[in-house]
Design a protein around this ligand. Structure first.
Ligand code: GRF
Length: 196
């Protein structure tokens, strides 16, 4: 059984899909969420964790020294004995010491078909607005190994969705989120079963 540490910044719907998958999905009997960490004390994802009796901690990134913030995140991950770190709608960079210690054990989900529509400033709604503005015919989601940069690192799984001419950024976001919830647990399973 592998221990998962999940880092979040917002609503936590990807966190929920991972938790649900450990209960009755592809991650059943192979993985367990042991801690949820957020840079945002009012992230709704923390409530989701508490409802599941999972340890949930927040460090107020905005009001903390960055070094102190990263030290707290590192200490919490170590104490949780996590084997794998999942960035589930987590908007902060991962410091080098964590990247080095957890090489090929940090997975990030991005709501687009990387390497397109990724990088600094490309998160959440900004991604879908850029996809619609570019008149793309398809979009999708990507789970990749995270490194010390934004949205780079080897891709583990991607899945496409169509984009229609009449789509708004909201339409695309909704369609992509469904795919995110499907591929994140599958990607974690692939890494655990070291198919990658
Ligand atoms: C998702 O599209 C995720 O990729 C992005 O923010 C959206 C919401 O994520 N970063 P969640 O509901 O907080 O998992």
């Amino acid at each position: 059984m592998k221990n998962l540490a999940i880092l979040i910044s917002g609503g936590g719907s990807n966190l929920q899909s991972i938790i649900d998958s450990t209960k009755n999905g592809v991650l059943k009997d192979i993985a367990k969420v042991v801690v949820v960490i957020s840079d945002n004390p009012s992230a709704y994802g923390l409530e989701r964790a508490k409802k599941e009796n999972i340890k949930a901690v927040a460090f107020d990134y905005k009001n903390m020294d960055k070094k102190a913030y990263n030290a707290e995140v590192y200490k919490t991950i170590k104490e949780s004995k996590a084997d794998i770190i999942c960035l589930a709608g987590y908007l902060k960079k991962i410091p080098e010491n964590i990247v080095n210690e957890y090489k090929s054990k940090i997975l990030n989900i991005h709501p687009a078909l990387l390497p397109n529509f990724g990088g600094k400033g490309m998160y959440g709604h900004f991604v879908h607005e850029a996809v619609v503005k570019a008149k793309e015919k398809k979009s999708g989601a990507t789970v990749h190994f995270a490194d010390e940069n934004y949205d780079t690192g080897n891709i583990i799984i991607q899945k496409e969705v169509p984009v229609y001419e009449t789509d708004t950024a909201d339409d695309v976001a909704k369609r992509v989120l469904v795919v995110e919830h499907e591929i994140f647990p599958k990607a974690i399973k692939k890494v655990i079963e070291s198919e990658v």
